[in-house]
Design a protein around this ligand. Structure first.
Ligand SMILES: Cc1ncc(COP(=O)(O)O)c(C=O)c1O
Length: 237
């Protein structure tokens, strides 16, 4: 059991600092997945709370798309799970899931929540509709994963370095910032939009293209993208 918010708060009296481990579950630039079971073990050892940012996992990871905890088969009671509505769910806003105690605490104490206008009904209705799709149409998620592996394997077989990505975020390593942005520009000329990622988002010398697949891409689209990658690589790198 991780420390409860209230117990810690009572004990604390300003003396015992509360420890919190915060991590992304899917890392947004490499597409790898945080080893949550090990992180939780570490938290238990040191009496820390765990907060996981599921921005890139909501709707994607787990058999029913509930995110990283479902992916690892972990119980959520003591873990603060946040996600956004603006990635796979295609709308705007964010959520925090956790114990009743935590949610009551945040409703009463989180300044950004208390002093912000709530999300408009149209945005919330879109988010609810998107969550319904996540729940009711698992074939969309399956298509996303199938197409993700198709593109990733295709890129790997063309000699690109996809940096060990495990998710639909597929980085393609280039290195130099200028070359990365030029590669992105030339892909765009070929009709493929893949953004270039450079410092400060990633370290100097670790610039990459970041390709993302959608469930609605066709295999034809992905083949076009692979052709474009190869063409630009041959003409340029
Ligand atoms: C890991 C992570 N958390 C949170 C966010 C913020 O998401 P939003 O723009 O939906 O608030 C991002 C955005 O890219 C992200 O990558």
């Amino acid at each position: 059991m991780l420390p409860s918010l209230t117990k810690e708060g009572n004990q604390r009296g300003g003396i015992i600092p509360r420890k919190l481990i915060v991590t992304d579950s899917v890392f947004s630039m490499d597409g790898d997945i945080a080893p949550l079971p090990e992180i939780i073990e570490l938290a238990q050892k040191f009496g820390a709370m765990v907060m996981v940012d599921d921005a890139h996992a909501t709707g994607i990871l787990g058999n029913t798309g509930k995110g990283s905890l479902e992916h690892f088969g972990l119980k959520a009671d003591d873990i603060i799970q946040m996600g956004t509505l603006g990635k796979a769910l295609g709308t705007f806003g964010a959520y925090i899931a956790g114990s009743r105690e935590l949610i009551d605490y945040l409703i009463n104490k989180a300044r950004g929540f208390i002093f912000s206008t709530s999300l408009p009904p149209s945005v919330l209705a879109s988010a609810i509709a998107a969550i319904d799709l996540v729940e009711d149409e698992p074939s969309l998620r399956q298509a996303l994963w199938d197409k993700t592996w198709y593109l990733k394997k295709g890129l790997d077989s063309l000699g690109f370095d996809t940096m060990g990505s495990e998710t639909p975020i597929i980085p393609v390593f280039v290195g130099d910032a200028g070359k990365t942005m030029e590669f992105s520009r030339r892909l765009f000329e070929e009709g493929i939009f893949v953004s270039g990622i450079r410092p400060p988002t990633v370290q100097e010398g670790k610039c990459r293209l970041r390709a993302t697949v959608m469930a609605t891409h066709t295999y034809n689209d992905l083949d076009m993208a692979l052709d474009a990658f190869l063409k630009v690589k041959k003409s340029f790198l």
